[in-house]
Design a binder for this molecule. Structure first.
Ligand code: SF4
Length: 257
């Protein structure tokens, strides 16, 4: 996975996205004027032997494109990582920078388009041109991957062909996207349960179209399908204890490897 990430961050296949990600990195948002933006493709984040994959859309111009990590430094990430923390799959509820100490337990987060697009809207051509990166990531994850949550219709349309190219059988006609949609893809190294969920965009979370409870419910269902052991939302103290324990276990596992 590291070799894949090393190659990915050098990719310049999409001229429009390369120009945009670099221009944003040069001009910056006033609030981040003293920071050095990443300004390159953003790799997936999480263990390379994850059982659950979360597939978003693309990095945000001043989020992932600034910090260099998926869903890090923006409001969408605040919502996503809080939900993962609430069910015991993230070590902390916040994601602010690559060195903030956040660790995910059995979960990896990625996107079908790895560069920030203008107005958060990649073109179909850019989506298709970026697909080989997701296909390679899926192939590397295949031995352990048992469930995936796709955030939003764009990600759903982009992810299905990638799962097919990586060895899973996608039913025909293709399953439609919807919040709570669930389908099983056979083949690959094992069956995979695929879940649809509204995107954690500000538009969805500010309007209440996607509430924290709705997001937790889908993530918990998907984590259970993946063989992970999500927890019910607990008191803040209990959640912190659980996160510390999971972090200890992850560190021990890393030492053994
Ligand atoms: S969006 Fe994907 S294919 Fe296009 S330049 Fe970025 S990493 Fe490369």
């Amino acid at each position: 996975m590291r070799a894949l990430d090393r190659d990915l961050i050098r990719c310049r296949r999409c001229p429009r996205l390369v120009a945009w990600r670099e221009e944003v990195a040069r001009t910056k948002r006033a609030a981040f004027a003293d920071e050095t933006y990443w300004g390159r493709p953003v790799p997936g984040f999480g263990p390379p032997d994850a059982a659950l994959l979360i597939v978003g859309l693309a990095p945000a111009a001043h989020g992932g494109n600034r910090t260099g990590r998926m869903f890090t430094g923006d409001r969408s990430g605040d919502v996503l990582y809080q939900a993962l923390y609430d069910i015991g799959l993230a070590s902390q509820p916040t994601a602010t920078a690559v060195d903030d100490g956040l660790a995910l337990h059995g979960v990896r987060v990625t996107a079908p388009v790895h560069c920030a697009p203008p107005a958060n809207k990649p073109t179909p051509r850019e989506r298709d041109d970026c697909r080989p990166w997701l296909v390679q990531e899926l192939r590397l994850l295949a031995p352990t991957l048992r469930a995936a949550v796709v955030l939003g219709a764009f990600g759903w349309q982009a992810a299905l062909p990638a799962f097919a190219a990586a060895g899973w059988e996608v039913p025909r006609p293709r399953p439609a996207f919807g919040h709570g949609a669930r389908t099983t893809l056979r083949g690959g190294a094992g069956a995979l349960d695929l879940f649809g969920c509204f995107h954690v965009s500000q538009r969805n979370t500010f309007t209440g179209r996607l509430t924290p409870a709705m997001l937790r419910e889908i993530l918990r269902e998907a984590a259970t399908a993946a063989g992970l052991r999500p927890v019910a939302p607990q008191t803040q103290e209990q959640t912190q204890e659980l996160a510390q324990e999971l972090t200890r276990q992850t560190a021990q596992k890393g030492r053994k490897e």
